[in-house]
Design a protein around this ligand. Structure first.
Ligand code: UDP
Length: 424
């Protein structure tokens, strides 16, 4: 029998409160003035964001900050996500769609499309009961639901993934729904597909919230001690870390390969892959994790963090980002890759894969490195491990890059402009 959830959407209750003064200090006088002016125009309007999960992944990370920022500016806003009881099947299908949009040649059967449509319509009828002036749908899980809902309201579709080389049969199938939105937002100009109406398309570069607990800077020694106590990672060996969901596009297998090469030069090096399995919309994570665990075998120098049970995931993640001697982010596809931004803010010189989102942040040799193969990654890891002064210089430059380009107040201003442009 089919499991029917009581409700398809759940509201995220956010306890975090933000004071405007705390973030306005990250803005120039001109930006501040503009932000307050835009917020004033939106007073009394209600913006509702919907995405797949309340926890796990970059979109949830952004919404957890965006909603309190908007509220602090007097813009009514709420956030809903999909009740996980909607079932594994639905998330398996949306995961396939996600992968196809990132370029994987995925076969989606007629039955699967029908299920995506069925659940989409059910969610849409629930969405219709949520009062809003602007409805914002984040990512393809809810694309159809948003398409069918609130037919007379202003609707925005945010695509946070790398759609630079979509698998055409799937893209063409969802295209009518995408185009039905009033605005379509991508995180990168390279992701805009040619057959979208240009007047609807906007580009918003993602950002991190400098006020969030995730951005805390902790002395490396303290962070190493924490990782030893909480994760058994020895304190005094060179430590390489990738923080990322176990996902094919994050290429953790490539990290393990380069780590094995690094060990020829640094036999005592340790590798930690931190990818706590929080996001409910990624059932494939178990498979990838098992593959990596099989390759890592019983080796005592590779640490995998997958099961969140008994762990304070936020604290552990923050500590990992502060503890690493070298942070890698080996993505082949990436909408943006907030993990790279977060590490750069913590003055880490990140070695990134060739994904477009990562290349947007890292300028090779200036504030980190971009690599295209396990060999090249190993070479850069060895370089950074053996040149602490250079590592520090690159890390400082990385921090500056984030400060100037990828901080939250700018993103909030982008959002306010967008909502206003819809409502005008
Ligand atoms: N993250 C985390 N712990 C983990 C893995 C990821 O807190 O074990 C967080 C990470 O800090 C970041 C987000 O999840 O804020 C991932 O966002 P990103 O844009 O890098 O990738 P996505 O998962 O959305 O593809």
């Amino acid at each position: 029998m089919r499991n029917v959830p009581r409700t398809y959407l759940e509201k995220v209750i956010l306890s975090q409160q933000v004071r405007r003064a705390d973030f306005l200090r990250f803005m120039s006088a001109r930006q501040k003035k503009e932000l307050l002016k835009r917020a004033f125009y939106l007073r009394g309007k209600r913006v509702v964001h919907i995405n797949a999960v309340a926890d796990g992944g970059g979109v949830a990370e952004i919404l957890a900050s965006l909603i309190p920022y908007l509220r602090s500016l007097g813009v009514e806003s709420d956030w809903y996500f999909i009740n996980p009881d909607v079932g594994k099947k639905f998330f398996e299908i949306t995961n396939k769609i996600h992968n196809a949009l990132q370029g994987a040649p995925v076969k989606i059967s007629g039955r699967e499309w029908a299920e995506y449509e069925r659940v989409g319509r059910l969610i849409a009828s629930e969405l219709d009961k949520i009062d809003c002036d602007v409805l914002v749908i984040n990512d393809p899980q809810l694309l159809l639901a948003g398409h069918y809902a609130h037919l007379n309201k202003h609707k925005i579709y945010f695509s946070h993934i790398d759609t630079s080389s979509v698998f055409k049969p799937v893209w063409e199938k969802i295209l009518p729904a995408v185009v039905s939105y009033h605005r379509i937002v991508f995180s990168n100009r390279d992701f805009v597909n040619g057959n979208l109406p240009g007047r609807k398309v906007k580009i918003f570069t993602p950002a991190i919230d400098p006020l969030a607990a995730k951005q805390k800077i902790v002395p490396q020694k303290e962070a190493r001690l924490y990782l030893e106590k909480q994760g058994g990672v020895p304190q005094n060996c060179p430590l390489i870390i990738q923080v990322s969901r176990f996902d094919i596009w994050k290429n953790p297998m490539g990290v393990v390969q380069s780590f094995r090469i690094v060990q020829n030069t640094y036999p005592s090096a340790q590798l930690a892959l931190v990818g706590f399995n929080i996001a409910k919309d990624n059932p494939a994570a178990h498979v990838i994790y098992k593959d990596i665990a099989a390759v890592a075998g019983k080796s005592r120098d590779i640490f995998l963090f997958f099961d969140p049970k008994g762990k304070d995931v936020l604290e552990f993640t923050v500590m990992a980002q502060n503890a690493a001697d070298v942070i890698v982010q080996n993505s082949t596809k990436e909408g943006f890759g907030l993990v790279a931004t977060e590490a750069m803010w913590k003055r880490q010189a990140v070695i990134g894969g060739p994904a477009s989102g990562i290349r947007k942040q890292i300028r090779n040799g200036k504030n980190g490195f971009i690599v295209k193969s396990p060999e090249e990654m190993a070479q850069k890891i060895i370089f950074l491990l053996s040149r602490p002064a250079k590592r520090k210089r690159l890390g400082n430059s990385a921090r500056k890059t984030v400060l100037e380009n990828f901080l939250f107040p700018r993103l909030v201003l982008d959002h306010l402009k967008l909502y206003r442009s819809c409502l005008k």
